[in-house]
Design a protein around this ligand. Structure first.
Ligand code: FUB
Length: 445
C-alpha cells in the first residue's frame, strides 16, 4: 500500500535536506528543538524509525539522535548519529525510547539533555546530559541520569542571571527545577508548574522574551486533539497564565515543537507526518511565527513553503509553493529521490515561490527538472505575478513519459539581484490536462 511504498522510497532515497517543509526527507525526525548559537541555527530532533521485522518495539520506535545545522540559509546539514541508545551509560539497551531532547549553551559549554529508559527500571524515563565544547559534539555523556528527575521532554532555560532551569514532564503535569552551576544536578527539589490549563500534555519549551517567561506546550482538547498552546509568567518557576493557541490541531498524533528568533524573525519548529502517512513516523517542519503587540503569539498555519531562501546552485522546490493556481502537487515518480512535483499543469496554471535569493545577479542560467509525456508548450518564469517580468522561458521537452526525469537548461533573460518572488506559468493548448511535471528549478552561474 501507498504508505509502504513511500517509506521504502524514503529509505532508499538520497539525502535531500532543504529549508522547505518537511525539512528532512531521508529519515523520519520529530520533536525539533531549535537553538541559535553564535548566530547559527541548529536543530536537535528525535528520530523515528520503522521497527525491524520481528523486533518487539514500542509504538514510537526511537533508537538514536541526529542533529542538523542550517547552511547558506536553505540547506540542513546532518551530523549523523550523535548519540545511540546503547551508548547511554545508564540506559536500558535496545529500548528505543530516545524521546525529545534539548541542547543549551552556558559559558563556553554545550549541554545536551535527553530522556531514555533507565536500565534500573526506576522510572518510565530518566534524563541524561552530555557535555561538549561544540554545539555539534562530540558530547561526553554523564555516567548517571539527573538524580531526583524522572519524566520526558527536557526543556532548558538559561536566565539573564546565568541560572539554568530544567522543565520536564508529560501526561498531566510539568515540573521545573533550577540546576546547579555544573548543569548536571538539580539545585532544589523539582516543583510542579502551576497555572497550566487542563489538557497540558507534554513538550514544554521555555523561553524568556522581554522579561516575561514563556512556556509553549502540547495542549490537548477533548474535542480537538493536540494543539500548541502557550502560557506566560513573571517568574521562571511560575505560576503561569494560559494565553492561547499557537497552532490548531493539524490531525497530528503529537505536536512537540520549539520557537527561536533567527536573524530577527520568529520561527516555530514542529512536526507532522506528511511523508509517511503514519503519526509515529514524523517529519520536522518550520514556519514563521509572529508576535502581536501584547506580547502574544499569533497562530501559525502550517505551510509547505516553510522557511529558507534558495540561492544560486540550490534547488528551488517549487512544489513547496506559496501559491498555486489550477495545478496540483504529488509525490515524484520514477527513480527520483523522494520529494514532490508540480503536476496536472494546464493552460495558464501557475505556481508562486517567494524569496528566491538571486544574490549578486551572477546567475546566467536556470535549470529545470522535468518529466513530460508530450511535446507541446513551454513554461515561463516571471517575477512577482503571472504577468510580471519574464526572466526565463523553457520549451517543453518530451522526456519519454510522465515519470522519466531530465534536467533541461535555459538562459536567464534578465539580470536579477537580491531576494525575489518568482512565478512559473505553464503554457500549452486549451484543453490539455498535462503540460509538464516540474520537480525543481535551479539558478546557475
Ligand atoms: O517523540 C516521543 C514523544 O512524543 C515526545 O517526547 C513527546 O513530546 C511527543 O512528541
Amino acid at each position: 500500500m501507498t504508505k509502504k511504498i513511500i517509506i521504502g522510497g524514503l529509505l532508499l532515497s538520497l539525502q535531500c535536506l532543504i529549508a522547505q517543509n518537511p525539512l528532512v526527507t531521508d529519515i523520519f525526525t520529530a520533536d525539533p528543538t531549535a537553538r541559535v548559537f553564535d548566530g547559527k541555527l541548529y536543530v536537535y530532533p528525535s528520530h523515528d524509525i520503522v521497527p525491524k521485522e520481528g523486533v518487539e518495539a514500542p509504538r514510537f520506535c526511537m533508537p538514536d539522535y541526529h542533529m542538523y545545522s542550517l547552511e547558506n540559509g536553505n540547506t540542513w546539514k546532518d551530523y549523523g548519529v550523535i548519540l545511540d541508545q546503547n551508548q547511554v551509560p545508564w540506559g536500558k539497551k535496545d529500548s528505543n525510547g530516545m524521546w525529545a531532547p534539548d541542547c543549551i549553551k552556558k559559558g563556553d559549554w554545550y549541554y545536551y539533555f535527553y530522556p531514555a529508559e533507565p536500565a534500573d527500571q526506576s522510572a518510565f524515563r530518566r534524563i541524561g546530559v552530555g557535555i561538549s565544547k561544540s554545539p555539534t559534539g562530540p558530547f561526553k555523556w554523564e555516567k548517571n541520569y539527573i538524580a531526583e528527575v524522572s519524566g520526558i521532554d527536557p526543556g532548558l532555560l538559561l536566565d539573564d542571571d546565568n541560572k539554568a532551569y530544567l522543565y520536564y514532564g508529560g501526561g498531566q503535569d510539568l515540573f521545573v527545577a533550577p540546576l546547579k552551576d555544573n548543569m548536571i544536578e538539580v539545585a532544589a527539589k523539582p516543583i510542579k508548574v502551576e497555572g497550566l490549563p487542563a489538557g497540558y500534555k507534554e513538550g514544554s519549551f521555555p523561553i524568556k522574551i522581554n522579561d516575561l517567561y514563556y512556556l509553549t506546550f502540547a495542549h490537548v482538547f477533548p474535542n480537538e486533539g493536540y494543539t500548541i498552546g502557550y502560557a506566560t509568567s513573571k517568574s521562571p518557576l511560575g505560576p503561569f497564565e494560559y494565553r492561547g493557541k499557537i497552532m490548531d490541531n493539524i490531525s497530528n498524533g503529537t505536536n512537540h515543537h520549539s520557537i527561536v528568533n533567527y536573524e530577527g524573525k520568529w520561527i516555530l519548529f514542529y512536526h507532522w507526518w506528511d511523508i509517511s502517512g503514519y503519526n509515529k513516523l514524523r517529519s520536522i517542519r518550520a514556519d514563521y511565527l509572529e508576535m502581536d503587540d501584547k506580547g502574544g503569539f499569533k497562530k501559525v498555519k502550517p505551510t509547505m513553503r516553510g522557511i529558507g531562501s534558495p540561492t544560486i546552485g540550490e534547488k528551488i522546490e517549487v512544489d513547496r509553493y506559496n501559491e498555486i493556481n489550477n495545478a496540483n502537487t504529488n509525490f515524484v515518480g520514477g527513480i527520483e529521490p523522494i520529494g514532490w512535483m508540480v503536476c496536472d499543469t494546464k493552460m495558464m496554471s501557475n505556481v508562486k515561490f517567494n524569496e528566491v535569493n538571486f544574490d549578486d545577479g551572477s546567475a546566467t542560467k536556470m535549470e529545470a527538472r522535468i518529466a513530460c509525456g508530450q511535446r507541446i508548450g513551454h513554461f515561463e518564469v516571471r517575477l512577482d505575478n503571472p504577468k510580471g517580468k519574464l526572466i526565463a522561458d523553457f520549451p517543453v521537452k518530451y522526456t519519454g513519459g510522465w515519470n522519466l526525469w531530465e534536467t533541461i537548461e535555459t538562459k536567464l533573460l534578465e539580470k536579477v539581484t537580491g531576494k525575489q518572488n518568482i512565478v512559473v506559468v505553464f503554457i500549452g493548448e486549451h484543453g490539455m490536462e498535462k503540460i509538464v511535471n516540474l520537480n525543481w528549478l535551479l539558478l546557475k552561474k
